[in-house]
Design a protein around this ligand. Structure first.
Ligand SMILES: [Zn+2]
Length: 353
């Protein structure tokens, strides 16, 4: 089963400026982006190429936001950081923005090494623990039915089935059994800065952003990314959910934050132009909904909609994510009363109302 990573479509980034002008920290090094805030950039497999982690100067060490994936390369990069520029530093708090393995893949390892507590929202923590506790190796029948419902053919199902199930537990280091809950509106004092927790949803259930309003900085995780559109997917866990509706609501919520923040995203370079980026993300999804509604003049399956939603061809490795994203859009049209779903022989057919 493909993990839930972001990306699919490169998107507009007009109105954004990149204050570091393409200067990025090398593997195993850090780059200061503001007083007491260091950027660590780790390679990850796949089209995103890198994930960003942030070290925040704390009273007796550094708090760490996100860790990168559980790969030998990422561990080696962290060892280089802690043997090099951060040789006198311990991690005081391990903060995970959301449950995806490119963000908390090494959180358990970090907590062990530094005797650090893990801080996450309850929605992200429980999702990570739930997925890690799933020990089935073969694909459950509900998932096979879900794939059939989405319109996958026998070859596509066979390809996905061959990859097995419940891979999450193997791609992250085990999380500690206890965590500290972060809640929307909480203030977290780290060194000289006060960070307000701002949660969002749609890419993951209860994603934490950290806002230092006085310092003008937003650690955005994957809730706002420059250049690429975070993946918003409907999946088998909650097939009646409306993740794109949650995504729109989160965009509106983030638009209440100051427009001139320096945004430190989970992928890509730090940027300013938060509102321009939020507007672009909102507009692109709404345009895709409009195009999809026209396309649904004839009944379509979710896989039939890929050409309307994505600019790239969808191969087997992207199929799961593309299906989830297509379903999120179709489900949104259904919630808005603009489309209906009919099930024929286990396959969902959508048409405009
Ligand atoms: Zn990510």
């Amino acid at each position: 089963m493909a993990t839930l990573l972001e990306t699919i479509a490169p998107t507009g980034h007009k109105g954004l400026t990149y204050p570091f002008g393409g200067t990025e920290p090398a593997q195993g090094d850090v780059l200061q982006v503001a007083p007491g805030i260091d950027w660590v950039r780790l390679k990850i497999p796949g089209p995103l190429k890198h994930v960003n982690c942030w070290l925040l100067a704390d009273t007796d060490g550094d708090a760490l936001i996100d860790t990168g994936m559980n790969t030998t390369e990422a561990r080696d990069a962290w060892k280089a950081v802690f043997n090099g520029p951060k040789s006198d530093t311990r991690i005081t708090k391990m903060i995970g923005t959301h449950f995806h393995p490119d963000h908390i893949g090494l959180a358990g390892w970090m907590c062990d090494h530094h005797a650090a507590p893990l801080l996450m929202t309850r929605g992200e923590w429980l999702t990570a623990r739930m997925l890690a506790a799933d020990a089935r190796d073969s694909v459950p029948t509900e998932v096979l039915a879900f794939w059939r419902g989405a319109g996958w053919d026998d070859d596509q199902i066979a390809h996905a089935t061959a990859k097995g199930w419940a891979g999450f537990r193997r791609i992250i280091t085990p999380l500690p059994l206890s965590y500290t809950r972060l809640q929307d509106g909480d203030t977290l004092t780290i060194g000289a800065r006060d960070w307000r927790i701002v949660t969002g949803s749609g890419h993951s259930p209860e994603h934490a952003c950290l806002l230092d309003e006085a310092g003008g900085i937003l650690i955005a995780g994957d809730q706002v990314l420059p250049r690429i559109s975070p993946n918003v997917s409907l999946g088998v866990t909650e097939p009646g959910a409306d993740p794109l509706g949650e995504w729109f609501a989160s965009i509106a919520k983030l638009k209440t934050l100051p427009a001139d923040l320096l945004v430190l995203p989970g992928h890509g370079d730090p940027f300013t132009g938060l509102h321009a980026r939020l507007d672009a993300m909102d507009r692109e999804h709404r345009e895709r909904l409009d195009e999809l509604e026209v396309f649904l003049a004839e009944p379509r399956r979710s896989i039939d909609c890929f050409g309307r939603l994505f600019r790239r061809a969808i191969g087997p490795d992207m199929l799961g994510m593309a299906t989830g994203e297509a379903l999120a859009h179709l489900r949104r049209l259904e919630v808005e009363g603009r489309a209906l779903r009919e099930t024929v022989d286990g396959v969902w057919w959508w048409r405009a109302t």
